[in-house]
Ligand binder design. Sequence first.
Ligand code: ZN
Length: 121
Amino acid sequence: MADRSLRGMRLGGQSLQSEEGVVFSPRMTHTYLCSTCGKETEMVFSADAEAPDTWECKFDSNEAILMIGSDVVVLDRAEAKVPRSHWDMLLERRTRAELEDLLQERLDYLRARRGQQKIGA
Ligand SMILES: [Zn+2]
């Protein structure tokens, strides 16, 4: 049974025919330069996908950086490592003195509440 269906496929040539109709999605090869060993790692991505800025070096697993032409891309590390914190945003809206007032208010409130709980317990 299985043998017959396999032979039927081969005789009909269906697998060959369907292969002709397959549309391969466009691919792009991106080169990553390892900053440790200096070797290049090539990766193939779908052309419509955005290649990541870094990839793992296939020789020593260190970080390899995407190359555009003969240069590596500039990694915006400062931006990535130090994102604007909530604290920074807070300081844009309020002065430090205001914040200290708020903090004091909040501390007073918490202390009062803790005091109440102690009395209640
Ligand atoms: Zn490497």
